[in-house]
Design a protein around this ligand. Structure first.
Ligand code: AMP
Ligand code: MG
Length: 448
């Protein structure tokens, strides 16, 4: 609670489109920025406490956060950084010693839980919804000043005086968001609540709530129980939702430009950048220099069909694929993929046969490419360790009992997600069967 020299704490409100509908002012009722720190290279780092108590925007809520959700933010944002995915960082986490009452399952059973505060760090915590709010209120003067401030603070390559300033900035946000969606797709991350207030203007992953990691490959999967019916924010829809969110954001910026064509062009750019970068990303995942022609397209789309025929772990499948030799007998090939299949029987039946048929095409495609080189390149883009919800949940349950050893071990393993670590096989395994339906291990509510 004491202020260090130069600290100027504040909370900032924002609005947003939640599940497709304008929700007005809704945040930030529990984040307090302490100030900004400019490092030696001139980069700005905003330090923000989440869960430190009420702000003017708390709307009657307590402004607090529970330990389990704070640990989930801490574990995953640091894991994302190690994976090379743009993200806000977690600098520290303290438990407050206070109890916070939450209805964890949204079923009318509120109970006290340990409280915690994460200090997170990013160039800023500005979101698309930060600009939608003044726009919705018709406060174009405030909107203009916010946009000018943002550009002069954070966009050294954009000329703040040019008439195209606003559309150039929109274009930059679109490009960064496209790049982020490609990265989420690469590693199998599902954000869970892609409302416009949860999309950063810096193209960072922000606000870790009921997120999850795609385990059995299924584009319709979402970890968020609140979205179980509509599946608006499921894995496969994320890139399209990001574009929809950007269109709301572009609409908010429209009063600042003379004609909106340049903003519409930004949305087109989003689609083009996403398409091109996703193709490159999939080629990398497959260990190919590029996807070339209809045959490669079919190879990729047939792979996704194959992965949906039986429960197949998204991350582990690509690690197995990296081990495939240029030629090999069917039985060892089947065995190679055992770590990725949730039911070993599937590999011995028609699914296994389909896998072998696909692998034959894949082997023909990779030809004589040295397998050592290919394996190395593939393993650098296909993670072995990701913060699967059940792993985080185990670490959280131990931490709630005062034992931090599992948390520390997990964070250490996740800090090097691409290289196999001795003694860490447990962290690279498929989600065990007991975790399939356990709360917190697969699906989660928004309670935090
Ligand atoms: P989220 O769904 O976590 O992105 O939260 C959306 C907004 O709800 C946040 O920006 C906060 O302003 C608000 N909020 C969530 N939990 C609390 C809380 N316990 N106290 C005050 N505001 C909250
Ligand atoms: Mg949020």
């Amino acid at each position: 609670n004491a202020l260090a020299t130069g600290m100027r704490p504040y909370a900032a409100c924002y609005g947003g489109h939640q599940f497709g509908h304008w929700a007005g002012q809704l945040g930030d009722g529990r984040a307090i920025t302490l100030g900004e720190f400019v490092d030696r290279s001139g980069r700005i780092h905003e330090f923000q406490l989440k869960g430190a108590g009420p702000t003017p925007y708390s709307r009657g809520a307590d402004g607090r956060a529970v330990l389990r959700s704070s640990l989930r933010e801490f574990i995953c944002s640091e894991a994302m950084h190690a994976l090379g995915v743009p993200t806000t960082r977690a600098l520290s986490l303290v438990s407050t010693g206070e109890q916070v009452v939450r209805d964890m399952f949204y079923d009318g059973h509120p109970a006290p839980e340990p409280g915690a505060i994460v200090c997170r760090v990013a160039p800023s915590f500005l979101r698309l919804g930060s600009y939608e709010l003044p726009a919705a209120r018709g406060d174009h003067d405030l909107l203009r000043r916010m946009v000018q401030y943002t550009i002069s603070e954070h966009e050294p390559t954009i000329d703040a005086q040019s008439p195209e300033t606003v559309s150039q900035w929109f274009d930059a946000v679109c490009r960064r968001t496209a790049a982020l969606m490609v990265e989420w797709t690469r590693v199998g991350f599902v954000h869970g609540v892609m409302n416009t207030d949860n999309l950063s203007i810096h193209g960072l992953t922000i606000d870790y709530g009921p997120y999850g990691w795609l385990e059995p490959y299924d584009p319709n999967w979402t970890p968020n129980t609140t979205d179980a019916q509509m599946r608006r924010y499921c894995f496969g829809r994320q890139p399209g939702i990001a574009q929809w969110n950007l269109s709301r954001f572009g609409g908010a910026l429209a009063p600042l430009v003379d004609n909106t064509e340049a903003l519409e062009a930004g949305l087109e750019t989003y689609a083009q950048v996403y398409e091109a970068s996703a193709r490159k990303m999939y080629a990398d995942k497959l260990g190919l220099a590029a996807l070339e022609g209809a045959e490669d397209e079919a190879l990729l789309s047939d792979l996704f069909k194959l992965m949906q025929q039986a429960e197949t772990d998204y991350c582990l499948f690509f690690r197995c694929l990296a081990e495939v030799p240029a030629e090999g007998a069917p039985d060892p090939l089947r065995a190679l993929f055992e770590p990725a299949y949730y039911r070993a029987d599937d590999l011995r039946g028609p699914v296994g046969d389909a896998l072998l048929a696909w692998l034959a095409r894949y082997q023909a495609r990779i030809g004589n490419h040295p397998s050592e080189q290919r394996r190395e390149a593939m393993n650098a883009v296909n993670p072995l360790y990701v913060p699967r919800n059940y792993l985080a949940q185990q670490a959280i349950e131990a931490a709630e009992q005062g034992d931090l050893s599992e948390l520390e071990r997990l964070c250490t393993v996740l800090s090097q997600p691409y290289s196999a670590q001795p003694g860490a096989a447990r962290y690279a395994a498929r989600r065990p069967d007991w975790a399939r339906h356990r709360p917190g291990c697969a699906a989660l509510s928004c309670s935090s």
